[in-house]
Ligand binder design. Structure first.
Ligand code: SAH
Ligand code: SF4
Ligand code: F3S
Length: 469
């Protein structure tokens, strides 16, 4: 799309602002789903504020209610319908505008259901985020319902306004979409094909963030380590920064950014150049999220993950050898169609071997339109839940075991504020996302401190402050 077309769409920001002028209008937003959706919401908020709305946490106070939806599992879907049911009365009473966006809106059967049974004003999808101001304008001016969904992949639109959630940590989307088609997953259908942002745009955004005082950057994408792969294969890359490894190295050079994280990489794209970049770049976190999904080679094959149990374990071993103190988190699905007791034992085996610091565990959820939904050997709910509980038990034991290795060691952490559960203590997190509480004066908040861990309490560690850095 031409730059002028995008600029034209964004002129609707001012048009809505003119209509809203002097009315002191408020918006409420609820974001479901992953960090990509959260990052999209930051852009939706940026646009809403420029259109003259201010944010409120109280939905009853809102003139504009925005839902940014997720459909990766069934419970995310149910949540939206519950919310739409609740907000109906408010709309009837005071004409609240309801806008629904995000991944779920890319599913036709869902949009049909909303149109048939729920109240709304604007529906927009993942490829039409930038059209939100125009859609809202049309809905207000014409007093009609707008559905604005594109089935073809939207380009990555640069230059949208953004209202960031935090002033120290920021997320930066580097690529959109996914080409992997894991057989359980809806994401490729609702986010489209892989496409990468240009390195120039990414580096410019991060440099600006550094100037604004941001210290930590998370690079986001459904498959970050295949950054620029599609463009490389098509011969479309003009920049020297033509891979994820090179992008990491370039971000590492930006003054002021002290910590660089990324999610999610795919094990199949974890090439040596990426491992070397993590090892060499001082600011790149050594806490790596490496989605496993299943430990069974048989299940992995049917999932279309294109690695085996052994290849995953070899990758972890290689990384442990090449990157001192590397630690891992992961995603695991239990109860994928056809998963046998033996397959599940393989998953437990990998968990024991890798000793993950953090595991995000999911019960397999059937997604309409995905190959796994059509498989006949679905696992009964009670078996899925029992396996989930066994994995959870193992994980909890592992957490305590891993925690013991922290005792007596010193960690640098950013003091985030008072502990929510005990306001005698301040709190921060290690690089591996462990919550640490410690006593210190209030003025330590916002600073980096050196803390020695003295005891472990399963979901948090207790420390003693050594010094302010
Ligand atoms: N692209 C990322 C994240 C995808 S969604 C990645 O590949 O890691 C986040 C997680 O949700 C996935 O890693 C997977 O563990 C889980 N997930 C995806 N589809 C699911 C489904 N149908 N049922 C249960 N969990 C699912
Ligand atoms: Fe889904 Fe697989 Fe793509 Fe991740 S890599 S978004 S799990 S299809
Ligand atoms: Fe959900 Fe869409 Fe993210 S389906 S997990 S919000 S990419």
């Amino acid at each position: 799309m031409k730059k002028s077309d995008i600029e034209n769409e964004l002129t609707y920001i001012d048009k809505v602002k003119t209509i809203n002028d002097g009315k002191n209008l408020k918006y409420y937003i609820l974001t479901m789903g992953c960090q990509l959706n959260e990052n999209d919401s930051e852009k939706i908020c940026g646009m809403a504020e420029k259109m003259g709305y201010t944010e409120t946490d109280d939905i009853m106070d809102a003139d504009l209610v925005i839902y940014n939806t997720c459909c990766v599992r069934e419970n995310a879907e149910e949540k939206l319908f519950g919310k739409l049911g609740e907000v109906k009365k408010q709309k009837e009473a005071k004409g609240t505008i309801i806008a629904i966006g995000g991944c779920m809106m890319q599913e036709k059967h869902i949009v049909d259901k909303i149109k048939k049974s729920y109240k709304y004003d604007v529906i927009f999808g993942t490829h039409t985020l930038y059209k939100f101001p125009k859609d809202l304008y049309d809905a207000i001016i014409d007093n009609r319902k707008i559905t604005d969904i594109l089935d073809i992949d939207g380009e990555i639109i640069e230059g949208l306004p953004i209202k960031r959630d935090d002033n120290i940590r920021a997320s930066v989307t580097i690529m959109n979409g996914c080409n992997n088609f894991c057989t359980y997953c809806i994401v490729p259908y609702v986010r489209g094909r892989e496409r990468s942002r240009s390195p120039e745009d990414i580096l410019q955004e991060i440099s600006n963030l550094a100037k604004e005082g941001y210290k930590e950057i998370t690079l986001l994408g459904q498959n970050v380590n295949s950054y620029m792969r599609v463009e490389r294969e098509k011969g479309e890359v003009t920049s020297e920064i033509n891979s994820f490894a090179k992008l990491l190295r370039a971000v590492n050079e930006i003054d002021g950014i002290e910590k660089i994280r990324f999610i999610s990489p795919h094990p199949k794209d974890f090439t040596d150049d990426v491992i070397e970049a993590i090892r060499d770049c001082k600011n790149v976190s050594k806490f790596i999220h490496l989605p496993l999904q299943s430990g069974s080679t048989n299940v992995l094959k049917v999932m279309n993950r294109v690695y085996t149990k052994e290849q995953y374990l070899n990758l972890v071993d290689k990384m442990k050898k090449m990157i001192p103190n590397v630690k891992f988190s992961t995603d695991i699905i239990v109860g994928f169609p056809g998963e046998t007791e033996e397959d599940f034992e393989d998953t437990l085996d990998v968990v024991r071997k890798v000793k993950f610091e953090q595991i995000f565990m999911f019960i397999y959820s059937r997604r309409k339109g995905t190959p796994a939904d059509e498989m006949e050997n679905q696992i009964p709910e009670d078996i899925k839940h029992k396996r989930f509980d066994r994995l959870k038990e193992l994980y909890e034991r592992l957490v305590e075991e891993n925690n013991k290795e922290y005792i007596g060691k010193n960690f640098e952490l950013l003091v985030e504020g008072y502990s929510k559960t005990n306001n005698k203590f301040l709190t921060g997190r290690t690089d591996t996302n462990k919550v640490v509480i410690f006593e210190a004066a209030e003025d330590a908040i916002g600073k980096v401190v050196n803390v020695k861990i003295i005891s472990e309490h399963k979901w948090y560690l207790k420390g003693e402050i050594l010094e302010l850095n």
